[in-house]
Design a protein around this ligand. Structure first.
Ligand code: TRP
Length: 349
């Protein structure tokens, strides 16, 4: 569990891996994923999708889980889940994920992955689960009771990562406790039974968190996020509606002017420019001009991605096949790993 200095250790390890990746990409297996609770947005895109594509094209073994069982950690319904899963595949492919290089699959289609949960749960204590700060924060944010699945989902993520012997997981700083759980489970399994699992490290992302349009954390429930799948018109409307302030002069000041600054950050990331410079250019032209700039920047950047999306949507059989193939491959790998796990535990009869 996180202790003093653990961040520094994780950062050092992450930097070493970042340096080694271009030299020995084949040594690394990345596993990451998303919960299919809605559409992917700009936070996902700049925060992780760009990196996934980069690792994929570098020659790292890349794997993406659509974490469908994680949807019910803190909600009572699986409404729209099939539609969300299919759209997630469409988003991935439109953004440059290549299914010939990256395995895309879902929890629910891979029984052997889920079976790892049983031996893995025996390797953690209740106290360790209870003190995970991320789980606590997520429970509070959801306003939902702490379900058994939410409490143990870091262990389920260990199953996601370890079934394919993943050794790097791209994460933000707040997700490091989860990686520590996975690393600990791998180590304990190897010590108790036989060395089956690799050493796992978090690959810390250098991209700062993209705020929502109002400056708060980007979240679907706040209505402050631009989905990759939005049309140019929907994007314009959302930006137009976003809250700025009464000061005409545009300045970059995230602390005191969260709305204006979030808009500048969004334009900056799409244009590959410093938000302060954009603020200087707009100056006394005010919020209207700022919103026009942001709208053009976002729609300009996502125009080719959205066009690819439209093309992909015309052939849903292909999308279905991509997922079916990913699931089939994930099953092969999971069955193999589970066989090793049973062998290590002497459960071969
Ligand atoms: N929890 C992640 C999210 O909500 C998705 C996820 C599931 C994941 N399993 C994982 C991420 C394993 C990294 C590793 O976005």
């Amino acid at each position: 569990m996180p202790n003093e200095g653990s961040y520094e250790v994780a950062l050092k390890r992450s930097n070493e891996i970042h340096a080694d990746l271009p030299i020995h990409p084949e040594k690394y297996t990345m596993l990451t994923g998303d919960r299919p609770t809605g559409r992917l947005h700009l936070g996902h895109y700049f925060g992780t999708l760009v990196d996934r594509v980069r690792l994929q094209n570098m020659g790292v073994h890349t794997n993406i889980i659509i974490a469908d069982y994680q949807v019910i950690t803190d909600r009572d319904t699986t409404a729209n889940i099939a539609d969300n899963v299919r759209n997630m595949v469409v988003d991935y492919l439109a953004c440059g994920i290549d299914p010939a290089k990256t395995m895309i699959f879902t929890h629910s289609a891979v029984p052997a992955l889920n079976q790892l949960m049983l031996p893995f749960l025996s390797l953690v204590t209740e106290a360790e689960l209870q003190r995970n700060p991320t789980v606590k924060a997520e429970m509070e944010a959801s306003g939902h009771a702490l379900t058994g699945l939410l409490l143990t989902y870091p262990v389920h993520q260990a199953c996601d990562i370890l079934f394919c012997k993943g050794n790097i997981v791209p994460v933000g700083r707040d997700q490091l406790p989860h990686i520590e759980v996975t690393a600990k489970i791998a180590r304990r399994f190897n010590e108790r039974f036989a060395p089956v699992f690799p050493e796992v490290a978090g690959l810390l992302t250098s991209t700062p968190l993209l705020p929502g349009l109002d400056g708060r954390k980007m979240s679907k429930s706040y209505g402050n996020s631009i989905a990759i799948s939005m049309t140019a018109e929907e994007t314009a409307k959302l930006i137009k509606k976003s809250k700025t302030d009464s000061e005409r002069m545009i300045t970059f000041d995230p602390e005191n002017r969260p709305g204006v600054s979030a808009l500048l950050t969004t334009a900056g990331i799409c244009l590959g420019r410093d938000p302060k410079e954009i603020a200087d250019e707009i100056g006394m032209d005010g919020a209207g001009a700022l919103k026009r700039t942001v709208t053009e920047a976002v729609n300009g950047y996502f125009e080719p991605i959205r066009a690819r999306r439209e093309e992909l949507l015309k052939d849903m059989d292909y999308i279905h096949d991509v997922l079916a193939e990913g699931n089939a491959r994930a099953n092969e790998i999971a069955n193999q790993t589970l066989a090793e796990v049973r062998e290590a535990m002497g459960m071969v009869y």
